[in-house]
Design a protein around this ligand. Structure first.
Ligand SMILES: Nc1ncnc2c1ncn2[C@@H]1O[C@H](COP(=O)(O)OP(=O)(O)OP(=O)(O)O)[C@@H](O)[C@H]1O
Ligand SMILES: [Mg+2]
Length: 210
């Protein structure tokens, strides 16, 4: 059983939006208040799920069929839910996850153009009643996302090499999902300074704890 005062939070947004940076801010926020939590990420979060993450992000000599990509993501998610997310929630810890199923709707559903129905089917099958209580979307324009990725340097992964049309569909999908269920989403303009983003984040977290 999951106590209703414990919350499952997810952080979403495109490459370079600041998910990892702001996740650290959320971690500090919980640590300072002595609230037990587990911070994790997708795809990944367990030994096996991290192996699937590598498979998803690396370049291969053959293309990965979009449907195979989708199934791998949900395989990693099933493992992550079973080994990390549900046990943490059941133990009374908050869970903060860098990306979750909203990313699948955005990247595989719309980016890869598989459509939301396939994602929804697997979501029901794998998650059953598990849904984030709140999803924070760090929203940046496509060009800014690309600029931050470039600034960060390093090799581009299998998603980062996609073009602006792909990422525009991803961004539009996040907006669409947030507008369909506004109570479950907090959209932050992540093109603002990090200090401004942190202030908005702090307000959202304080409201959640009220
Ligand atoms: N609000 C901001 N203003 C300026 N720079 C930022 C801001 N937020 C993050 N950055 C910088 O942008 C880069 C990408 O941030 P970060 O790695 O947190 O993004 P991410 O959303 O986790 O990306 P990915 O999806 O690739 O993991 C970092 O160099 C970070 O310092
Ligand atoms: Mg990151």
């Amino acid at each position: 059983m999951i106590n209703s005062s414990v919350k499952f939070l997810t952080i979403e947004g495109m490459e370079g939006a600041g998910k990892s940076t702001n996740l650290n801010y959320v971690i500090d926020f919980f640590q300072q208040r002595g609230i037990p939590f587990t911070a994790t990420r997708e795809p990944g979060g367990t030994e096996i799920s991290e192996k699937i993450r590598h498979l998803l992000l690396e370049h291969h000599n053959e293309s990965l069929a979009p449907l195979a990509e989708l199934m791998l993501i949900f395989a990693a998610r099933a493992q992550h839910i079973s080994k990390v997310i549900r046990p943490a929630l059941e133990a009374g810890q908050w869970v903060i996850c860098d990306r979750f199923t909203d990313a699948t709707y955005a990247y595989q559903g719309e980016g890869r153009q598989l459509g939301g129905e396939k994602v929804e089917l697997l979501e029901r099958f794998v998650q059953q009643d598990l849904q984030p209580d709140l999803t924070i979307i760090l929203d940046v324009p496509v060009a800014l996302s690309a600029a931050r990725v470039e600034q960060r340097g390093g090799e581009l992964d299998r998603f980062e090499v996609e073009g602006s049309d792909f990422f525009q569909r991803v961004r539009d999908a996040y907006h669409q999902r947030a507008s369909e269920a506004p109570e479950r989403y907090a959209l932050i303009d992540a093109s603002q300074s990090l200090a401004q983003v942190n202030t908005e984040l702090q307000n959202i977290l304080e409201q959640l704890l009220d």
